[in-house]
Design a protein around this ligand. Structure first.
Ligand SMILES: [Zn+2]
Length: 961
């Protein structure tokens, strides 16, 4: 039986929150609201006491087999056959969450049945632990003199994570600052510790921490609560729960060491490129050992004032000092633990300058304590917080999951944590009664706080080699200590794992899974109904009035058809300038501050728009998108006007700073997003768009960013000349289209501002240089990370061909079937995917965080060449999983309105495509398979020198791109 603990309505979220407890101890927080995207998330407190990643590996294993659904991976089966709009599992630093969501009620309960069984009755085979966690294997299982290797999905996932500089910096500084806390351990696991975990410890941890009596279940959406509670009751009845075991409060948090001396340390890091400033630096304070909601909100406000816009004092002080190329994303207060930690970290630093950096930081904080924020800064930060709390965006389910469990599992009231507007009101009251509270907070918790740690990260060119050698040495040593029996066991386990992975699920086992029928699905897509409010013949202004919590969303598009060929490679930089320079009246800091004070932000961007009807031509567009509180709408539109007509390119120092930051970000992203670069590169040359894309965001762009990081006077003048010319073209142009989502009252402003005669988009002039990227290329690019990626891309029939729906389905089948099985499950790569891009007519397959890229390359080639015997069940699942019907939140609707209208994508075309999918047969699929020519594919491999050395490829180097 459930009893109600608390209930409350939360108007700004349009919901009623009810907290309930079952007799057994299980708690439910039900959020009833009109949203048809229903969410269920089950969570457990899982506090780490080491970094073996047991929490993370359990999270992976739970999804890979359960009592009542004896298939190899119920999770993958759901992924490929359901309408789930969210289906995932997350390991946080002290808890683990299993969420799913769907807009279809039958689907929701199907998913819940399986997910409940996975979480509470997992099969947990030793092989699952080996596959998902880690295992030893022979490079040649028939030869025990061959190399001994470690492999496993989580192991490879975390190896890649440890290549990410931000993650390294965060980990090291927290370990030094609060060595005994939850935060000092990595619940994801560090590669060196993961290999110390064994199967028995995993089982024990699961038994100790996972039980319905300890579970917290978050429910959100419009399905009646009683129906959901009945479901839980029924599940609990069939379980054997004798003693209620209510979740104990978490252990006492870290304590502040008031007599602490600041701790200091030096740590070596691997530099990605031969760069002058490849060091990093971080300093952190344990501000509050156990923060309450209001303290966290104060911290958020201070963060926003110090860092959030280009005029923010701490951001400016660091970036203008030229002592560091970039401020790390981990800077500011953390929000994900009871311990409130304030960190400032920089990358692109020279170790010799850290003393100056520190002085710079402390001076800025002291200034803040002395003078406090200006009225405008405070207003801006409060408005930004307000927008954050009010916004209905695509992340709303994730935000709910974050906020609710953060509070709930720490024994705070989760309903209060949801009512963020009320907290904001409280904060405003506190600020009125004690205007100096922010200064006091910084003084007490940072400046006067001795519990502090500081690390200088020194780049060492030999470190990657040393690390690889040490790793090889360790495994070699391990091999010499193994007995003949142990060697045999490794080979046997390896064989057993491979055998299990290769085995297909039986039809009988698959039939245990509940599934939807095609007839359960609506044949119509989600309607989007903007009206054109502009007079006839004028630039269309498409506006849709839906509930947005009084926030306006706007996007305007300009045709880039009049830009010249040579401009292509500077467009990314030009757009960056439009986002970060000042105007005739305001310098860059003032401009951004004023915008922030409106609770608004403007972002310039660019995109290709491919037509959905044959009579239109592909266009390239430059866009400006913005959001703004309705109450400041007019002022925001003034800012947009200013940006569009008065941007100036005379702030030379600022331009140089931005160019350096661009290079710093680009080289860091190469390790973190290697697979994205591999995909862009492999696709390049297949269509005109893909050539532009490589120049805009690919490896070619990284090379350009490097060459512009320290330009000569002449190079800079030349670049600025180009920016000015592009800007003149832009500021004289009339937009192609304006898209708006928000209150109807905002429309008058739009009509006043966007006068102009409508024009038709022109074809993008295209690229004469397509032969710069010959076809059937295989290229390889060496990086210093521990894992790599591959991508393979080839032309296919496009949206206008009768095969489009079948090709999309084929990609879905490959993606969730053989590609996933072979690259992720058998190969151990964390990511594996196959994508069909109907509007470009391309298919792209890739791996990510991949321990053996050359193996994956061969595997993907042969998967694409094989003829697969898809079953009706495979096909039905793939069709259904493409029709997820995730709700389009306001910002997404605005983007959709703009792009669909430029592409001529009407409701009729969308309906036809949806019905093509719903009517798809196995014969259609076979016919589509005949059309693909994977042997013409381009390939790109990004990996370590060792990983790429045996691949027959042209080896790329940044300086030659
Ligand atoms: Zn993971």
């Amino acid at each position: 039986m459930f009893s109600i603990l608390a209930t409350k309505s939360i108007p700004h979220l349009d919901m009623t929150a009810t907290l309930l407890q079952h007799d057994c101890g299980l708690q439910v927080l039900a959020l009833d609201c009109p949203d048809n995207e229903n969410l269920c998330a089950t969570a457990f407190l899982t506090i780490p006491s080491n970094s073996t990643g047991v929490q993370h590996i359990i999270e992976h294993c739970v999804c890979e087999g359960s009592l009542n659904y004896p298939v190899k991976s119920p999770f993958s089966e759901l992924d490929r056959t359901s309408m789930a709009t969210l289906l995932n599992a997350f390991t946080y630093n002290d808890h683990t969450v299993y969420p799913f969501a769907s807009t279809n009620q039958a689907d929701f309960f199907n998913l819940w049945n399986v997910y409940w069984d996975c979480v509470f009755h997992p099969t947990f085979k030793p092989e699952t632990f080996h596959q998902e966690g880690w295992h030893l294997e022979w490079s040649n299982p028939k030869n025990f003199n061959s190399k001994l290797l470690e492999n496993g999905i989580v192991l490879n996932e975390m190896k890649a994570e440890m290549d990410d500089l931000d993650a390294i910096v965060e980990n090291e500084i927290l370990k030094l600052l609060i060595p005994k806390s939850t935060l000092a351990h990595n619940s994801g696991g560090t590669p060196a510790q993961i290999v110390k975990l064994d199967y028995k410890k995993l089982l024990k941890y699961y038994k100790d921490n996972y039980s319905p009596t300890k579970a917290r279940v978050l429910l959100y959406g419009n399905i009646p609560l009683q129906k959901k509670l009945d479901f839980i009751e029924k599940q609990l009845e069939s379980m054997d729960i004798n003693t209620p075991d209510i979740q104990k409060p978490r252990p006492t948090a870290t304590t502040l060491n008031a007599s602490a001396k600041p701790r200091r340390k030096t740590v070596k890091i691997v530099p990605e490129f031969n760069n002058r400033n490849s060091d990093a630096w971080a300093i952190a304070w344990l501000a509050v050992p156990r923060a309450d909601q209001i303290q966290k909100l104060i911290a958020e406000l201070i963060d926003s004032i110090l860092f959030d816009n280009d005029g923010a004092p701490l951001k400016m002080a660091i970036l203008e000092s030229e002592l560091a190329d970039d401020l790390s994303a981990i800077s500011g207060f953390n929000s994900d633990a009871p311990e409130l930690v304030f960190t400032v970290a920089t990358t692109g630093t020279n170790a010799r300058n850290t003393r100056k950096l520190k002085k710079n930081l402390l001076d800025t904080l002291e200034q803040f304590v002395k003078n406090g924020p200006t009225q405008q800064q405070l207003e801006a930060a409060l408005r930004q917080l307000q927008v954050e709390k009010l916004e209905i965006n695509n992340q709303i389910l994730y935000t709910l999951i974050d906020n609710v469990f953060d509070a709930w599992l720490r024994d705070e009231n989760p309903i209060d944590a949801l009512d963020s507007l009320k907290q904001l009101e409280q904060l405003q009251n506190i600020l009125e009664n004690n205007p100096e509270i922010l200064q006091q907070f910084v003084k007490d918790h940072i400046l006067d706080n001795p519990h502090c740690a500081e690390i200088t990260f020194v780049a060492d060119k030999t470190l990657a080699r040393q690390r690889n050698e040490a790793e090889a040495f360790r495994l070699h040593n391990l091999k010499t200590t193994l007995s003949a029996d142990q060697k045999k066991t490794i080979a046997q386990n390896q064989a057993k794992l491979q055998e299990l992975q290769a085995k297909q699920d039986s039809q009988e086992a698959l039939d245990t899974l509940p599934k939807l029928k095609r007839s359960d699905i609506s044949p119509y897509p989600i309607p989007v109904n903007p009206i054109n409010i502009a007079p006839q013949g004028q630039v269309p202004i498409l506006s849709e009035a839906i509930p947005t919590n009084k926030i306006n969303y706007l996007k305007i598009a300009f045709d880039m058809a009049s830009f010249e060929q040579e401009d292509l490679e500077v467009i990314t930089f030009f757009v960056m300038m439009l986002n970060h320079l000042g105007t005739k009246k305001l310098d860059y800091a003032q401009f951004d501050e004023r915008l922030a004070a409106c609770g608004a932000a403007i972002e310039a961007d660019y995109a290709f728009n491919s037509p959905a009807v044959p009579q239109l031509k592909p266009t390239a567009i430059l866009t400006f998108k913005l959001y703004s509180l309705d109450q400041t709408w007019q002022r925001t539109m003034d800012c947009l006007d200013d940006r569009l007509h008065n941007t100036i390119f005379t702030e030379h120092k600022r331009i140089l700073d931005l160019l350096r930051q661009r290079w710093a970000k680009a080289r860091q992203s190469l390790l973190a997003d290697a697979h994205a670069y591999a995909k862009t590169r492999a696709a390049t040359g297949l269509t005109k768009q893909t050539v532009a894309n490589e120049i805009w965001v690919g490896l070619t762009h990284i090379a350009k960013a490097r060459s512009l990081a320290n330009p000569s006077k002449r190079e800079l003048d030349n670049l600025i000349g180009k920016f000015e010319r592009l800007f003149r073209t832009l500021s004289n142009a009339t937009p192609l289209l304006v898209a708006h989502v928000g209150p109807e009252s905002a429309r008058d402003q739009l009509l006043e501002r966007f006068l102009g005669v409508a024009s038709q988009p022109k074809a993008f002039p295209g690229l004469r240089e397509t032969d710069r990227f010959p076809q059937k290329r295989t290229e390889a690019f060496a990086i210093s990370g521990q894992v790599g990626s591959i991508a393979l891309a080839f032309k296919t029939p496009d949206f206008f061909s009768p095969h489009a729906a079948a090709l999309a389905t084929l990609a879905e089948l490959l993606d969730t079937g053989p590609i996933w099985e072979n690259i992720r499950i058998q190969g151990g790569a964390y990511g594996a995917s196959c994508q069909y891009l109907p509007f470009s007519g391309l298919m792209i397959c890739n791996s990510a965080r991949d321990p053996s890229p050359s193996r994956s390359l061969g595997a993907v080639h042969s998967i694409l060449k094989q003829k697969h015997n898809w079953t009706q069940r495979d096909l039905d699942g793939a069709v259904i999983s493409q029709l997820k019907d995730a709700p389009m939140r306001p910002a997404a609707r605005r983007d959709f309105i703009l792009h669909a209208n430029l592409a001529g994508l009407t409701y009729e075309i969308r309906t036809k495509y949806r019905q093509d999918l719903l009517n798809l047969t196995l014969d259609d699929l076979k016919a589509a398979e005949q059309t693909i020519e994977p042997s013409d594919a381009n390939a790109c491999i990004i990996g370590t020198k060792r990983q790429i050395q045996n691949i027959e490829a042209s080896i790329l180097q940044l300086k030659h791109l």
